[in-house]
Design a binder for this molecule. Structure first.
Ligand code: NAD
Ligand code: DAU
Length: 360
């Protein structure tokens, strides 16, 4: 049996990863460590509550004793670190927690894994162990109109979020370069799918449009993101765990670059058609003050993971966006619960004072 210590699995991608792995393999055990911040939601894991292959632990990746004891108790073959503060706008408003969780939390996990897996006298590692850091394309900074991020593109993060992720990546690299720790780093483009917290573009726009609220498009809306269906990201992480060469970085993306305004208009058209609601139309779009330091374009070159590991994306954007919209429509109660209470305050703080830019 293979044991995974996976962090952050009450969040968007981690939740999908646990479901993906439990559906794919029978002989595995997943220890899921999550602090249940605003982005963590145990409701996402309700259907696997009684599955003995999944053990949920409520705790923080910065907690030395807890992480050491989990590694000692369960002896994981893989540690996969999804846990993070993940929203760029929040990092602009308050960077400190991004350093604590994304940098110090990652270093703590590396150090606890090293304590358990490394024989300092022999300078050897226990066989079959690996640490996987789930990173992001944002560490590469922004592209101009042409070209793609490859694994050798220099790190050039701009936001506090991407700087914290780049910093964590460098610590993972340092543990490999210094101690020969078996590690991989994955850098994926923008994910979309079910269970995503509605602070992010796609679920936020779905929720607002459904409620006939304004759709706040930052700046001219021509910023480009490279969208990947979340299950394809999870498939890639599984393949990197199984076949990734120690010390290597793998970019993950499906060449699906779209301007933000295209995404918003697609959501409007799909929702209007599904709900037969004429009030859902493009007049809801409101161009607002741009994000500070907003990266103009991301685009991943996935050639390495395709050629070395045989990965390819299975879900086209056309299929994935419809599946995603259908899921949010079928799970309105989930949306209502996560957008009650604290979310209202967040929305007020983040959007109420944003300057309206008028028609573009
Ligand atoms: P998310 O914000 O939805 O979930 C993060 C999870 O981490 C939550 O469950 C939260 O409770 C948990 N967490 C936060 N701080 C913690 C701590 N100190 N200890 C333990 N758990 C903690 O994020 P996501 O979108 O699922 O992203 C997961 C990972 O993937 C992140 O590392 C992110 O940088 C990376 N990533 C995300 C995307 C994307 O498009 N969402 C793309 C590429 C990479
Ligand atoms: O590229 C990978 C990254 O993708 C991950 O590392 C991050 O964790 C994840 O949050 C995501 O970052 P982005 O900043 O690209 O995602 P977000 O959904 O916040 O925004 C997508 C684009 O939409 C971005 O150009 C900003 C814009 N936007 C976003 C929101 C929330 C708007 O125009 N209006 C909005 O209200």
């Amino acid at each position: 049996m293979i044991t995974y210590l996976v962090t952050g699995c009450a969040g968007f991608i981690g939740t999908t990863f646990v479901h993906y792995m439990l559906a794919k393999y029978t002989d595995i055990r997943i220890i899921n460590l999550d602090a249940l911040t605003y982005a963590g939601n145990l409701e996402n894991l309700k259907d696997i509550e009684s599955d003995e292959r999944h053990v949920f632990v409520h705790g923080n990746i910065c907690d030395k004793e807890l992480t050491a004891s989990l590694i000692a108790k369960y002896d994981p073959d893989f540690i996969i670190n999804f846990a993070a503060e993940s929203h760029v706008d929040r990092s602009i408003a308050g960077p400190e927690i991004f350093v604590t969780t994304n940098v110090l939390g990652t270093v703590n996990l590396l150090q606890r894994a090293k304590d358990a897996w490394y024989d300092a006298g022999q300078k050897t590692w226990k066989k079959g162990k690996k640490f996987i850091q789930v990173s992001t394309d944002e560490v590469y900074g922004a592209l101009g109109a042409t070209g793609y991020f490859t694994e050798t593109t220099p790190l050039d993060p701009h936001s506090p979020y991407s700087s914290s992720k780049a910093s964590a990546d460098l610590f993972v690299k340092a543990f490999h370069d210094t101690y020969k720790m078996p590690v991989n780093i994955t850098r994926c483009s923008n994910n979309y799918g079910m269970w995503q917290f509605p602070e992010k573009l796609i679920p936020l726009m779905i929720n607002n449009a459904r409620n006939h609220k304004k759709l706040p498009v930052y700046g001219d809306g021509m910023q480009i993101r490279d969208w990947l269906y979340v299950e394809d990201h999870c498939k890639a992480i599984d393949m990197v765990a199984q076949g990734g060469i120690d010390g290597e970085v793998y970019n993950i993306g499906g060449h699906n670059e779209r301007p933000n305004i295209f995404i918003v208009k697609t959501i409007i058209a799909q929702l209007a058609e599904r709900l037969k609601d004429p009030q859902i139309n493009e007049s809801l779009i409101e161009h607002v003050e741009d994000r500070l330091g907003h990266d103009r374009r991301y685009g991943i070159d996935p050639a390495k993971i395709k050629s070395d590991l045989g990965w390819y994306p299975e879900t086209t954007f056309e299929t994935g966006i419809v599946k995603t919209i259908d899921w949010y429509l079928a799970n309105q109660e989930w949306m209502d619960r996560v957008t009650s209470g604290e979310y209202q305050k967040y929305y007020e703080t983040m959007y109420a004072d944003r300057e309206r830019l008028g028609d573009k």
